[in-house]
Each structure stands twice: as C-alpha cells, then as structure tokens.
Design a protein around this ligand. Structure first.
Ligand code: SAM
Ligand code: DTB
Ligand code: SF4
Length: 342
C-alpha cells in the first residue's frame, strides 16, 4: 500500500467538519470508524510513571515540572522489577498495552540499557509496549526500537500557534523532529494533544491538521482533557465544553480513520454519558487503571461496568504490522459518508 504524498486536509475542510450539525458529524465519524474498526471494541492501555517529577521543562499543564509547586513527590528512575510487577498487575486486570512515562526533557544514553530491560520484560509477558520519555535523538529511537518498543508517545499538545502560550523550553519543531526520528526507527507513533488549555477552536483544528497531514498519520492519537492540577499555571482554567470535546474526537476519527483515537486524561471528571458519546464519536482506546502518571483515573471495576453497559469488549492484541506488512494508508474519500457493516 502506498502513502499519499501531499497534505490531505486543509484548515477550511476541517473547520467545516467541526461546524457540522452534531448528528451529522457523529454519523460521519461512525461511518469512518466502521470502515476500519469494530465499533464495539476499545483498546485498553495502562500507564506507569517510571520517573516522577523534577522535570526541567515548563509545560503549563504539567504537575511534574520542577518550576511549579504541585506538592508532587519526586522519584528517580524505578527498578525493572517494580515495572514488571506493575505490568503483570495491569495484564491480570485485562490491559493489553503498558505505557511507561518519564518526566524527562529527554533520556540520557546511560538510561537506555535499563529502559531496554523494561521493554523486553514487558514484551515477554505478551503485552504491547509504549514509552514516553521526552525528546529522542535518532540513535536513541533506534535503540528503543531494537529493544522491541512498539509505540513511542510524544504529543504535539496544541496548534503551532498556541504552543508558545503553553511551553517555552522546547519548540514545535523539536517535537516534530522527535516524531520523525521515531517514525524513521520503525516504531509506531502515538501523538495527540490536550483540550481545555484556553485554546480556540482554530487551535484544535490546527492540531488535528498537523496530526492528519503527517506523512504517515500517528497509529495512536491520544486526546486528553486538561486535568487541572493545583500549582500549575492552568489550575484555574474554565471547564471545557463537553460537546466541543466530542466534536474534536469525531473530527479526529474522520481525519484519521485508521488510527486508534484514545479518550485519554480527564475521564475521572467525565460522566458515563460523555464517555459513551466519545465512543460513539469514534474513540476506541482508553487508559485503564486507577492512575494515569501522577493523577487519578477511574477504577477498573467502574470502567468494566461502563463497557458492559455499552456492550463494549476490550480489543485483543493484533498481529504486529512489522511482520504482516500492513501499513496505514490515508484514504482519499474519507469525508464521504458511507454505510459499512450495518
Ligand atoms: N516528559 C515526556 C514528554 O513531555 O514528552 C513524557 C511525559 S508527559 C507527562 C506526556 C503527556 O501527558 C504530555 O505531552 C501531555 O500531553 C500529557 N499531560 C501531562 N499533564 C497533563 C494534564 N495535566 N492534563 C492532560 N494531559 C496532560
Ligand atoms: C497522553 O497523551 N496522556 C498520558 C500519556 N500520553 C503519557 C499522560 C496523561 C497525564 C495526565 C497527568 C498526570 O497523570 O500526570
Ligand atoms: Fe516534563 Fe513532560 Fe511534564 Fe513537560 S509534560 S513538564 S516535558 S514531564
């Protein structure tokens, strides 16, 4: 399958989608979703913070920046054994992907062997692996890929224009460079953003256009609702409009029909009805387990009860595309509503 070389989406097209009557938008999103996915399956990933706090960066949303007093207890890189215990617990609870996050600007080369041991240990348990460690050089990305890391998470967070209101210690291009290194290494890309940071709809459109127009769109697109943490500059942001959140999920689904769109941080503050609307709009992945990195997430029992109410099954792990040679391809007719599997 070949990749489309030119940008598939412009801002006007995306703005038009965003502004559709809600039912029409959801219909298009459902239609796109059903072309590539079972709408009743949701992928479940579990997060673990492997290095907590004392981060030198100044991301205005983040409880782990050393610049904000959030009362967070910092912890250096934890032992491989502890990671494997937590991964086993996540697997026993029904999770299929284990995502390890470190509060670093970027990893040091000396950390790579320990990270590699975490990756191989988790893979041996039969779980997919993901890491988010900050910026990577090409050689670091290569080393993680060779250790068997399936996914690397590195978010664009918001539009290129709004980005500088949120982070000053590294620029948008730094993020794009890391994402290019990850893609080049052969790992799958997990990249998304945060809603509710005071950005305008134009910025949410800007973020989605960046994501959808990557030469290969991210396989996984986390859409986070800002978790307002006391002590961060964004602690007093207004609550984000839930309907606008669902619209963003739906537009992401239409723009990236083959990607997993993850309903990520912020679910603890969401009603069951809002989460159900997000799944109906095409979200098909969640973080599962009582904790995200440093903040709370719904209890596993609560999530399983919600899945049962909605008739949702956890998605089983699929064959590795690296061995089956299946690659993402951007479809040319993804805006047209088409009924499939109904
Ligand atoms: N330090 C690494 C980095 O920034 O790439 C990895 C960890 S960082 C916590 C991963 C992502 O979590 C951020 O890019 C951001 O999108 C998300 N995040 C952090 N704090 C958040 C918050 N309070 N609410 C929502 N999302 C948040
Ligand atoms: C992502 O987009 N969201 C996750 C994951 N990638 C690493 C992190 C959410 C963090 C929320 C705040 C916290 O728990 O520290
Ligand atoms: Fe550090 Fe990542 Fe938090 Fe930014 S988001 S302050 S880089 S841990």
């Amino acid at each position: 399958m070949s990749q489309s070389p030119s940008p598939a989406w412009n801002r006007e097209q995306v703005a038009d989608l965003y502004a559709l009557p809600f039912s029409d938008l959801l219909f298009q999103a459902q239609t796109a979703h059903r072309q590539y996915f079972d709408p009743n399956q949701v992928q479940v990933s579990t997060l673990l913070s492997i290095k907590t706090g004392a981060c030198p960066e100044d991301c205005a949303y983040c409880p782990q920046s050393t610049r904000f007093n959030t009362g967070l207890e910092k912890e250096p890189l934890i032992d491989v054994e502890e990671v494997l215990q937590k991964a086993q617990k996540a697997k026993d609870a029904g999770s299929t992907r284990f995502c390890m996050g470190a509060a670093w600007r970027s990893p040091k080369d000396r950390d790579i062997p320990k990270l590699a041991a975490m990756i191989s240990g988790v893979k041996e348990m039969g779980m997919e692996t993901c890491m988010t460690l900050g910026m990577l050089s090409q050689s670091q990305a290569q080393a993680l890929a060779e250790s068997g890391l399936d996914y690397y998470n590195h978010n664009l967070d918001t539009s290129p224009k709004y980005y500088k209101e949120i982070i000053t210690t590294r620029c948008y291009q730094d993020r794009l460079d890391t994402l290019a290194a990850v893609r080049e290494s052969g790992m799958k890309v997990c990249c998304g953003g945060i809603l509710g940071m005071g950005e305008a709809r134009q910025d949410r459109i800007g973020l989605l256009v960046e994501l959808a127009n990557m030469p290969t769109p991210p396989e996984s697109v986390p859409i986070n609702m800002l978790v307002k943490v006391a002590g961060t500059p964004l602690q007093d942001e207004d609550d984000f409009d839930p309907i606008e959140f669902v619209r963003c999920i739906a537009v992401a689904r239409i723009l990236m029909p083959q990607s997993h769109v993850r309903l990520s941080a912020g679910r603890e503050e969401m009603s069951e009805e809002l989460q159900a609307l997000c799944f109906a709009a095409g979200a098909n992945s969640i973080f599962y387990g009582e904790k995200l990195l440093t903040t709370g997430n719904p209890d596993t029992e609560k999530d399983m009860a919600l899945f049962a109410k909605l008739g949702i099954q956890p998605e089983p792990v699929k064959a590795d595309p690296k061995t089956t040679e299946i690659r993402l391809e951007r479809p040319t007719d993804s805006v047209e509503p088409q009924l499939a599997n109904v």
